[in-house]
Design a protein around this ligand. Structure first.
Ligand code: SF4
Length: 354
């Protein structure tokens, strides 16, 4: 069964690779959040949800979605705090979309597990990547996210792994954001996640630079980058050591960390063009639409009959020019990884000569 799902995932990835059409929607399904993390890039949009799109509005948006959309990455706020999440997923499923990623901060353990269980049972044809954010280690996690958050996140992640043994369409994942203060704990933490939580995959992101943030958590030294690179490679070895594509993942980790270092420390441009806006789009909980999470929203679905394509097409040229000229290169791992994968031979050759 899992093999089959892996094949499906590879098929979806290859389709996206060759087609490079608008295939991913990042949907901030609610502005409600039960944490206030110090490095949250979306802090200014968090609220009690009063301006969130109503279910009927979400329905209109989904009905008019371009048929090329194949995957939904939920964001927030905390997605499971949206009471009708299960119904919303049902609307996507009716449109033939079955790949979902549902991240969580892991605080509301019971709610998260019940929500996932209901969705997985009701829509067995879906692939639900259930990702818990846990930072290395307790001291850093609780300092950045709030007291007690670490233990709750660990409990949730273990619960999701347990749930995935019965509900095979749930794929448990742990994502960790590395900030300056958590670098010393990386190795110990990676072992802990692997041995005690046992997710299908562990990913390591670097905290996003946020000029509005009073603290800068991304002031890494050269030594820190080496540690992050090694940590990413040991994750590859642990989780993908037996995978046919292991060498590719290892090389990708090396390249990505080097690029992120150059962007953050030396203000470099990306070696290739960002695909945001061409292959993915962002819809915020209030209906605001953006080409990526770092650009300001350009318009609102509420003003355009909930038609995402209409908005993207209207503003497309300006953003495409921006990425073409590398005017906005950032260190957002999701977009950077996608751009690197789409252009791997170029990026790889590039890395050999630097
Ligand atoms: S490089 Fe960063 S800011 Fe620019 S479009 Fe891509 S994700 Fe957005």
């Amino acid at each position: 069964m899992l093999k089959l799902r892996n094949q499906e995932a590879i098929k979806t990835t290859l389709k996206s690779f060759f087609k490079k059409d608008l295939n991913l929607l990042i949907f901030f399904v609610t502005s409600k959040c039960n944490l206030r993390c110090k490095y949250c890039f979306n802090a200014e949009n968090l609220s009690s949800g009063e301006n969130d799109l109503e279910f009927s509005e979400v329905k209109k948006m989904i009905t008019r979605l371009p048929s090329s959309i194949r995957s939904i990455l939920f964001s927030g706020g905390e997605p499971c705090l949206r009471k009708d999440l299960e119904k919303i997923i049902g609307l996507f499923v009716n449109r033939g979309i079955t790949d979902f990623a549902i991240p969580s901060n892991g605080v509301a353990t019971k709610l998260i597990l019940e929500t996932l269980k209901k969705i997985a049972r009701k829509y067995p044809q879906t692939s639900l990547v259930a990702c818990t954010s846990i930072d290395p280690l307790k001291l850093a996690h609780d300092h950045l996210r709030g007291p007690g958050a670490y233990q709750k996140a660990i409990r949730t992640a273990k619960g999701i792994v347990h749930l995935s043994q019965k509900r095979k369409n749930i794929i448990p994942l742990v994502n960790s954001v590395v900030a300056k203060e958590s670098v010393p704990f990386l190795n110990q933490f990676i072992r802990l996640v692997y041995q005690e939580i046992k997710p299908k995959l562990h990913t390591l992101d670097i905290v996003r630079t946020n000029p509005k943030n009073e603290n800068d958590f991304s002031k890494f030294s050269d030594q820190d980058y080496i540690k992050i690179k090694n940590a990413r490679m040991s994750i590859d070895k642990l989780y993908r050591g037996n995978d046919l594509l292991y060498s590719f993942y290892k090389k990708r980790s090396l390249i990505l960390t080097d690029i992120q270092k150059k962007i953050i420390k030396e203000n470099h441009s990306w070696p290739v063009r960002c695909a945001a806006g061409r292959t993915s789009a962002v819809v915020y909980s209030s209906g605001e639409v953006a080409f990526c999470e770092n650009h300001k929203p350009m318009d609102n679905l509420r003003k355009h009959d909930y038609d995402l394509s209409k908005i993207l097409n209207k503003h497309k040229e300006k953003y495409l020019q921006m990425t073409k000229k590398h005017k906005c290169d950032c260190n957002h791992l999701v977009y950077l990884r996608q751009a690197v994968e789409y252009n791997f031979p170029i990026v790889w050759l590039n890395s050999l000569f630097k």
